[in-house]
Design a protein around this ligand. Structure first.
Ligand code: GTR
Length: 423
């Protein structure tokens, strides 16, 4: 028997739509297509009651949410931490006398000197007292900050996409290829120091990176198996070891150590600051999916896409949510709430649809309820602000024109924000 064509087509179309919605395999960047979604209530405790004050948050709800992040997204964070050893490799004057540049090798293993990360530290030359510092990982090696042969060339694996890289190794042609993202003159003349390190020192950013990274080389010392955590965890762990060094450096004001991360390194920075509450101020620059952007809002990168492209970043468990985002017990506002009550800046760029600017704004706004428990004002406006109109107080947010990047405008906002919080 022949079936009527129109109803058959209709049923097939509905089936396809239903299938693709159920799997959400694609990234959507059409705001009118964003379906309704419900965020988990960050203040709702396991016993069904609502958190009333900061002590209930600290005692019960924060540990509960932090553990959800370990179980679901990032994997276990090592409880054991290895005291660092370090060696100052080189100290130079640079940037026409604006800065003293120190290169410090931080040994991550108790005895093995082959397991280290190199920190490149810029201090304003005219130091009258200890200065605040921003710590941030770089994408392709310390030598990309300045075209200067005095900077040690990163020896590890580097993505072939980075400039001057041959056979996944940096060459002299890589020097100074990333200066624009590190507005050194602006930072230093503002009276701040900058510390950076190459995240690949901890684990190379590819599927097999764990085999030679700290998830393997430190597994006995940290008492954690490689598959119990992901690369994000390894990178987060490294940030805390850089902190360990900086709080010992007499030139640094140990109460003013801020953490900044862009994109995937923003995700790592958020996890580092969730796990280590010593970081006094946090900046998420376009951290997007798995960072500041809401996952349940179907816009930009999705849980499924990120786990497909970067299976080594997060926990094994996280992959089970790719087709099942609606059932995730967490969403990005809960990760941001783990920063409370510390100053938090979340920034987006208009052209960076992959990171879902509005989803980053909405999660920062939703995290503000937790800041309110401490009597701190987060973001109180309901609508995504216009370009270059930062909003919020202890949580601050901006969206700027342009693409996925860290620009002078971004740094100017972060420095002014840190000034205001630390005046
Ligand atoms: C993209 C990734 C994003 C973001 C970005 C980056 O490919 O899908 O989540 O982290 O890389 O780090 O530049």
């Amino acid at each position: 028997m022949k079936r009527p064509l129109i109803p058959t087509l209709l049923i097939s179309c509905l089936f396809i739509v239903f299938q693709s919605r159920a799997q959400a395999p694609l990234s959507n960047i059409d705001e009118t297509k964003v379906p309704a979604y419900t965020l988990p209530d960050v203040l709702k405790m396991q016993n069904g009651k609502t958190v009333k004050n900061s002590s209930e948050w600290e005692k019960t709800q924060r540990p509960y949410i932090y553990n959800l992040y370990q179980t679901i997204q990032f994997g276990r964070y090592p409880l054991q931490q290895i005291p660092i050893r370090f060696e100052v490799m080189k100290t130079n004057q640079t940037l026409d006398g604006l800065a003293t540049r120190k290169q410090i090798r931080i040994y991550l293993h108790p005895t093995d000197n082959k397991i280290y990360t190199d920190v490149l530290l810029y201090l304003p030359s005219k130091l009258k007292k200890p200065v605040p510092v921003f710590i941030g990982y770089n994408f392709s090696g310390n030598h990309t900050l300045q075209a200067d042969s005095e900077i040690l060339l990163s020896q590890g694996w580097v993505t072939a996409r980075a400039k001057g890289v041959v056979d996944n190794k940096a060459t002299d042609l890589s020097r100074g290829t990333d200066t624009a993202q590190w507005q050194l003159k602006e930072i230093l003349s503002h009276g701040y120091a900058l510390a950076t390190a190459y995240y690949g020192d901890l684990e190379a950013d590819h599927v097999d990176g764990w085999k030679t990274g700290i998830r393997t080389t430190l597994k006995d010392e940290l008492k954690i198996q490689p598959e119990e955590w992901g690369a994000m965890g390894a990178w987060a762990y490294g940030l805390s070891r850089i902190y360990d060094y900086l709080e010992k450096d007499k030139a640094i004001d140990a109460k003013k150590i801020a953490l900044i991360g862009h994109s995937r390194l923003g995700k790592a920075a958020l996890w580092a600051a969730a796990s280590d509450r010593r970081f006094a101020l946090i900046v998420s620059n376009e951290s997007g999916e798995g960072g500041a952007a809401l996952s349940k809002r179907w816009y930009g990168e999705t849980v499924k896409i990120i786990n497909g492209k970067f299976p080594h970043w997060f926990s094994v468990n996280y992959k089970t949510y790719g087709d099942n985002v609606g059932n995730l017990p967490i969403d990005a506002h809960m990760l941001l709430s783990l920063m409370a009550p510390r100053p938090l800046y979340v920034a987006s760029a208009e052209g960076d649809t992959n990171s879902d600017p509005k989803g980053e704004f909405l999660s920062a706004r939703a995290a503000s309820r937790v800041y309110a428990l401490y009597g701190k004002k987060g973001i109180e406006v309901d609508e995504l602000p216009a370009l270059h109109q930062p909003v919020g107080d202890v949580i601050r947010y901006h969206i700027r024109a342009g693409k996925h990047d860290v620009t002078l405008y971004d740094w100017q906002q972060y420095l002014a924000f840190a000034d205001r919080q630390w005046k």
